[in-house]
Write a protein that binds this ligand. Structure first.
Ligand SMILES: Nc1ncnc2c1ncn2[C@@H]1O[C@H](COP(=O)(O)OP(=O)(O)OP(=O)(O)O)[C@@H](O)[C@H]1O
Ligand SMILES: [Mg+2]
Length: 412
């Protein structure tokens, strides 16, 4: 800061603040008035100090700063009203400065001592009014600036919120499309099964003459497969529209498994593999009959892929503590440990030319949806056993800790 030559007495009246101060008082002030120059970035007022002057800005721009701790300060505004007062509040309130003032450019100011200032405020109402106007103008400008800042922040927030919402929606759509894609590949996989059954029966009908009864049986099986196929298509649609609807209903377990075996029978007899049944269970299970058939079918089709003619495939049902246990057992080559560990994972296939690796992932998923547990026991050269435990009607849900294999196919 350097003191510089005072302006002439006559020029004081150009500043609004002195407009109404009578010459006698003004002369008195003029004597003690200082004109100062501050360099750019020089501190004019230190925060928290007790003020002994007020300042009249005669040129330049001042920055108002507030300490926010750790030697850091925040800009809370600027003051560039030439002829306006600053630094008067602390004098009026007789409190330490609540903010600091820094020259935001080279500045010149006139200073009036605290005593003179207070004397003028007390004795000249028009001067007091000019000070009050100065204060209220500053407050109004600060208000407007804060409101504008708030508005800008609000707009920014709204914009961020909007972008966030858009991103979220895009994410959900992406996830949904991925799930629909997965579901579609599942359905396409499972379409192979009813299609091959229908194809098989169509060929059988063509091959030789059949009794009316036999033809009726074949027609029944074909229409069951068509129903099964339609169900899958409906699943896909339902899924695309927002989730598959499980249709669990209580059924007589043995009766239902028997029917499933009937539907699988042809696939086995064509290969001269016996499908044996040892069905023992009194009671009902809650099952989505269409969907659960795919569990048995996928396991059976896998067995057919590895079994030699004249092998055996046995379907058992029995009562266990938690409900019903369905076991599907073959006397095929068995699985390597690595295959057993990964068999339920999506797209895991081993030793097949055309396997998509979805069959057992679907099995796992459907059993999960029935609150059941599926596991594999397999021994090389001996055979493979799929064990499915389902809660029977009247039993509590199976504890999930019984899952032996990590869930490969997350529920949508
Ligand atoms: N009964 C079984 N005996 C031996 N290995 C089996 C048996 N069942 C399944 N596997 C093995 O488990 C793997 C995974 O079976 P999964 O049904 O999931 O897929 P995939 O049959 O290869 O293909 P997809 O069923 O999708 O056409 C099979 O590739 C096969 O190696
Ligand atoms: Mg398979």
């Amino acid at each position: 800061m350097i003191q510089q030559e005072k302006p002439t007495f006559d020029s004081l009246k150009q500043w609004k603040i002195f407009e109404h101060v009578p010459d006698v008082e003004l002369k008195h002030i003029y004597k003690k008035l200082e004109s100062r120059h501050y360099d750019h970035e020089e501190t004019i007022i230190h925060e928290q100090t007790l003020g002994d002057h007020i300042f009249i800005l005669t040129s330049g721009k001042v920055r108002i700063e507030k300490n926010i701790g750790e030697d850091r300060s925040e800009i809370i505004g600027y003051y560039d009203a030439v002829g306006g007062l600053f630094g008067e509040m602390a004098l009026l309130e007789d409190k330490p400065r609540s903010a600091g003032m820094v020259a935001d450019s080279d500045c010149t100011v006139l200073t009036v001592s605290k005593e003179d200032f207070l004397e003028l405020v007390q004795s000249i109402p028009l001067f007091t009014l000019a000070v009050a106007k100065n204060i209220s103008q500053f407050l109004r400008e600060t208000d407007e600036r804060l409101i504008n800042e708030l508005k800008d922040e609000n707009d920014e927030l709204r914009q961020t919120n909007y972008i966030l919402q858009e991103t979220q929606e895009a994410e959900i759509t992406k996830e949904r499309l991925a799930l629909i894609g997965r579901m579609a590949s599942t359905i396409l996989h499972d379409m192979k099964n009813p299609m091959s059954t229908i194809g098989g029966y169509a060929q059988l009908i063509k091959m030789k003459k059949h009794s009316q009864d036999q033809l009726g049986d074949y027609a029944d099986i074909i229409s069951k497969q068509v129903i099964q196929f339609t169900k899958m298509a409906q699943d896909l649609l339902a899924f695309a529209q927002g989730g598959e609807q499980m249709q669990l209903k209580p059924v007589q377990a043995v009766e239902y498994i028997e029917e499933c075996c009937d539907s699988l029978e042809l696939k086995f007899s064509q290969r001269k593999i016996s499908l044996e049944r040892a069905l023992d269970f009194q009671g009902e299970v809650r099952i989505d009959t269409g969907r659960f058939y795919r569990v048995l079918e996928n396991i059976a089709v896998n067995a057919l892929d590895v079994l030699n003619d004249d092998s055996h495939f046995i379907v058992r049902t029995e009562k266990v503590e938690t409900g019903i246990r369905i076991t599907l057992e073959d006397d095929g080559p068995g699985m390597l440990d690595e295959v057993k560990e990964n068999a339920f994972k999506e797209f895991y296939t081993f030793g097949k030319r055309k396997g998509t690796g979805l069959g057992l992932a679907i099995v796992k998923r459907i059993v999960d949806e029935h609150d059941g547990v599926v596991s594999i026991e397999s021994e090389l050269g001996v055979g493979t056993k799929f064990i499915i435990d389902l809660p029977a009607v009247g039993h509590d849900l199976l504890p999930k800790s019984k899952h032996q294999i990590p869930i490969p196919f997350e529920k949508s």
